[in-house]
Design a protein around this ligand. Structure first.
Ligand code: 173
Length: 317
């Protein structure tokens, strides 16, 4: 009798352990398999290895599953449990998120100086998500063009933007139009834009090089592509599951250092594909970069001066 009971108890415990494994539904804002989805895809694989029996991620897909600018809402409301997304795609929810790409520190430095926790708190308050990880460190943004310019004057140019570039390009006289990455190729093909903002990485794997003649150097800002977990879902996880995800986040962030080498390879491939580099005089280069910083911060300050000042104090070196 006792033996049977013990056997049953053990069996039901084993069942409970299996049932306790949590599966999170994950979606990326970028095309699956492309540059800015790859760190998330590696993270999913890593969690599915290290989190066996505890937490798993079911990778649902990208913008074909949830449109780029809708993903913020989807993870906020819990339709999606974990998202790979950039602040520029969810400014409707975190309007000061634009500060993140103005960072000159690494995510490791932001974790050490308390900035990461502040950013996490803003995400929890305003968006109902846990800010779990940041990828994209060391990758800068550029302006790509189909016609040349010889100074930092974008007057008369219609440029595809997201909130990342809008303030800067507008300050330099350009006409911004916001589109998701998935619409850039067609816009270029139709000639409805004269150029676009995009990081140094990824142009080639999206095939945009076919429609691109110039890249303006230097780059500006720093990419932020973040892993966000629906806060209710996060709060309901066991400590063990949270630890698997947080350890995997640190593991992912360590790989941000590889971006320095990848940037060079990508710039080399762009040159081979015939994309010419436009540079300015020293004075105009200073204007280009100063406008990037001043217009970028002014836009965040306009949204919320207190948060802007707080983040500025810990995001900049
Ligand atoms: O240009 C964009 O779509 C954009 O804002 C972005 C942000 C991070 C990585 C890649 C692109």
């Amino acid at each position: 009798m006792y033996r049977i009971l013990t056997g049953l108890a053990v069996a039901s415990l084993a069942t409970a352990a299996v049932a306790d494994e949590v599966t999170l539904r994950g979606v990326t804002a970028f095309a699956p398999g492309s540059t800015f989805s790859r760190p998330f895809e590696a993270f999913v694989e890593h969690v599915n290895e290290t989190g066996k029996g505890v937490v798993q991620i079911e990778y649902v897909g990208g913008p074909e599953a949830v449109p780029t600018f809708e993903l913020g809402n989807a993870v906020s409301s819990g339709i999606v449990d974990i998202a790979n997304n950039t602040t520029a795609f969810y400014t409707n929810l975190v309007p000061t998120g634009d500060a993140l790409h103005l960072a000159t520190t690494t995510v490791q430095e932001q974790r050490a100086n308390g900035c990461f926790d502040k950013i996490d708190a803003i995400h929890q308050d305003q968006m109902n998500v846990k800010y779990l990880a940041r990828t994209g460190d060391n990758i800068q943004f550029h302006l790509y063009l189909t016609k040349p310019i010889d100074k930092p004057d974008l007057t008369g140019l219609t440029l595809r933007t997201t909130p990342v570039y809008r303030a800067m390009f507008e300050a330099l006289g350009g006409t911004p139009v916001r589109t998701a990455p998935g619409e850039v190729y067609t816009a270029l093909e139709r000639g409805s834009i004269d150029g676009y903002g995009w990081p140094v990485q990824g142009v080639m794997d999206l095939g945009w090089d076919e429609q691109t003649k110039y890249r303006v150097d230097p780059g500006f800002y720093q990419v932020d592509v973040n892993f966000l977990v629906n806060l209710d879902r996060w709060n309901g996880l066991s400590d063990e599951a949270k630890k698997v995800l947080e350890d995997a986040a640190i593991w992912t962030e360590e790989q941000n250092a590889q971006n320095i080498a990848i940037n060079e390879t990508e710039a080399g491939k762009q040159a081979e594909a015939g994309i010419e580099v436009i540079t300015f005089s020293d004075e105009d280069t200073a204007k280009w970069l100063d406008t990037a910083q001043s217009a970028g911060w002014a836009a965040v300050e306009q949204v919320d001066p207190a948060i802007a000042a707080d983040l500025k104090s810990c995001l900049l070196k």
